[in-house]
Design a protein. Structure first.
Length: 271
């Protein structure tokens, strides 16, 4: 026993971990434990007190945030389908905007495409209808021209109102021209030129006796006027298609409120 004690003491002296600078590795610090325990107690006490002191509005917002995140991460099928179709529409409209500016692939034909668009503008059609109405001498011709003038005015008002409601911009940042400002055709949806061309072509097909080649040319003219607006970058494809639909609906509206020959003669006499 006496011999073993000096040996154990010598072993403890030779152990590196028993030195003063390494004592902190073997023994936990009391100050750190006390600090941790006190901080845990304080946080535990502050938690219920903070929850009680927080207003009901804050608690409601904290409960609603996960639900909003879930709604954003899990959108509805209708929202996904609508956004996908909208992205396809924008992409295809940008690809078909071959005359959007001079640097485009068909930039040299921009003037010709603009001239084709002018043939579907409202101001030239209203001016031409008024001139023909003044020179017309038959009651049937005056009746048709008065109703055509009514259809043109309705088209401008309806398209301007729909564009103000939608306020959709075109695929390219192209400012409207002077004639567009006169007819309030400053936004993209629906395309005013397309609705006007569809309405006029349907009106002429119903109320004028035309040969088959002329009827085909009239339909082709309406299609070219509508899609020329896509080529110069003023409208999307869906704007033009919706314009065709609205043009047909406007024609049906004019047919419902068709002015008789007596009404037209009374209006002409007042004018």
């Amino acid at each position: 026993m006496p011999a073993s004690q000096p040996r154990s003491r010598a072993r403890d002296r030779n152990n590196v971990l028993n030195r003063a600078e390494f004592l902190s590795l073997n023994q936990p610090l009391k100050g750190n434990q006390e600090g941790r325990s006190s901080s845990r107690k304080q946080s535990g006490q502050a938690g219920p007190a903070g929850a009680q002191n927080s207003s009901p509005k804050e608690r409601r917002q904290s409960q609603q945030l996960p639900e909003e995140d879930c709604m954003q991460l899990n959108p509805s099928f209708k929202g996904i389908a609508f956004n996908s179709l909208l992205a396809i529409d924008i992409c295809m409209s940008k690809r078909l905007g071959v005359c959007a500016n001079r640097a485009s692939s068909w930039g040299g034909a921009r003037s010709m495409i603009n001239l084709l668009g002018i043939t579907g503008h409202g101001i030239p059609w209203i001016a031409g209808t008024l001139i023909c109405l003044v020179k017309s001498s038959t009651l049937a011709g005056q009746e048709v021209l008065m109703n055509l003038l009514l259809a043109l005015l309705l088209d401008i008002m309806i398209v301007a109102g729909l564009q103000k409601l939608a306020k959709r911009k075109g695929p390219y940042d192209i400012s409207p021209g002077l004639l567009d400002y006169l007819t309030m055709d400053t936004y993209a949806f629906p395309a005013g030129h397309a609705s006007r061309a569809a309405m006029i072509s349907k009106f002429f097909l119903n109320h004028l006796v035309l040969a088959i080649p002329l009827r085909i040319l009239l339909v082709l003219w309406a299609l070219c006027v509508g899609f020329s607006r896509v080529m110069i970058g003023r409208h999307h494809i869906t704007d033009v298609l919706s314009g065709f639909v609205f043009g047909y609906l406007q024609f049906r509206l004019v047919e419902l409120i068709w002015m008789s020959s007596n009404t037209c003669q009374m209006l002409i006499s007042i004018w």
